[in-house]
Design a protein around this ligand. Sequence first.
Ligand code: SF4
Length: 458
Amino acid sequence: MKFTNNYKEKIREIVKDKNLTYYIDTMGCSMNENDSSKYSGILESMGFKKEFDEKKANLILFNTCCIRENAENTLFGRLGSLKKEKINNEDKYIVIVGCMTQQKHIIDKIKTSYKFVDIVLGTGAMSIFPLKLYNVLKNKKTDIEYIDVTNEVEEDIPIKYDDKFRASVSIIYGCNNFCSYCIVPYVRGRERSRKKEDILNDIKRLAKNGYKEVMLLGQNVNSYGNDFKDINYNFPKLLQDIEKIDGIEIIRFMSPHPKDFSDELIEVIKNSKKIARQIHLPLQSGSTRILKEMNRRHTKEDYLKIVEKLKSIDDNISISTDIIVGFPGETDEDFKETLDVVKKVKFDQIYMFIYSKRVGTRAEKMEDNTSNNEKVKRLEKIKEVYEKYLPDNNKKMIGKVYKVLVEGKSKNNENLYTGRTSQNKVVIFEGNEEVVGKIVNVKIISQHLWYLKGKIEV
Ligand code: SF4
C-alpha cells in the first residue's frame, strides 16, 4: 500500500501559522527506532520542526514498546507528568503509537485515565496519521480508538534519519513464530516481506545520499521471502543483491532466528566483503528443555553448531545475543546450561533480561516458582561470566588493523574521534573532521572492556 498524504498542505498551513515543533520518545527495539524515523519524516514533510527539549515541543509522540511490563509503567508515568501542561496549553499535542497501542487493555486505560491524549495509532497505521492529526489540529477532535493489527506493508513513507552515514531499512514486518513469552506476533501481525525492488531502491537512494552502512531490520529477518508465493527469493539472495550496490560498504541485519540460520546464509556471509563480521544471534536460553517451553524450535546444540560454523568461516566474527533468565520453570540445572553457552561462545555483547510476564502470551499461564532474588542473582552471574571473557575477545584485536566507519568526535574526549569496526566494537583514536563519515584503517593498540583505543593507519 502506497503512503499518500492528502492533508499535507492543509497541515502545513496550520503548522506554519503556529510554528509547531515535535519531539519523539522512542521505547524498545530497532524496529521502533526505524518507525520513529518515519514519523519524523512524515511530520517534517508537513512543516514540523524537530525540538530536542520535550518541554518546549508542541507535539510529543510516544513510540511505545510492550516487550516488558515496566515500559507500560514508564509510559503512564510520563503521561501523568504531562497532564497539567497539556491541559493548560492548547498547542500541546500528545500522540501514542507503537506496539502498546495494539493491546486493548492499554487503550481502555488511556480512555479512562488519560483522556487528554490526542491520538492513539496502532502499528502499521501510519497512512492514517495525517488525517487524525488534521482532525486534532483543525477540529480539536481527539481519537483514542483501538485499531486492529493491519497486515499491510506501507511503502513510500517519508523518512528522516538522525544519522548521516548509517541507516536502518525494514525488510520484513510481523512475526509468525509465537515464542511463548513474546507479545510481538499479537501486536505486529503476521510476517509480510517487502518487495525486493522497494528495499533495493531504498538502499540505492541511501547510497546516493552518502550512507555507507545499512542495518536490515525485521522481527525475524532471515525468514524474509517465506511469504512470497510467486517468486523464489529469500534473505541470502537479498543480501547478495545489496552487496552489489555501490557506495554501501557495511551491511548488518537484526534479528535473525537460529532456526532459520541456513547453510546458504552462512555461505553468503562467508563470500561477502560487506556483511559485517558481527552477528546478533538471540539465544534466550541455553537449556534445550526451556527452549522447548519457549517454543523456540531449536536446541542448545543447534545454536552452538551455528556459532561453530560462523567462527569457522571467519574467526574474527563477533557474536552478540539476547538472554532471558528466570523463564517460568527455569531450574538451576537449566540456568547452568545457559551459563555453559555463555562460556563456550564468549559473546561480545549480551542483552540480558529477567523474564517479564506479558498478558495474552502462552507463558503467562505457566507456573513460576523462582524468586525474584534468585532471578537477579542469575542475571548477575551471566554478567560476571560475560565480562570475564570479554577482554580475551578484545585482546585478540590488539595489533591488527580494522576498517572503521568514523562517526564523529568522542563524547567523552573532544580531542578524539570514534567509530565502529565491522565487529561493532567502539574504537577511539586521534583524527580530524575530514575523516568523519569515511571508512578508515585503524590499528588497535589497547582494550578497555567497552571500547578499544586505536591509531589511524595512513
Ligand atoms: S521470533 Fe519469537 S521473540 Fe522474536 S518477535 Fe517473533 S515471537 Fe517474538
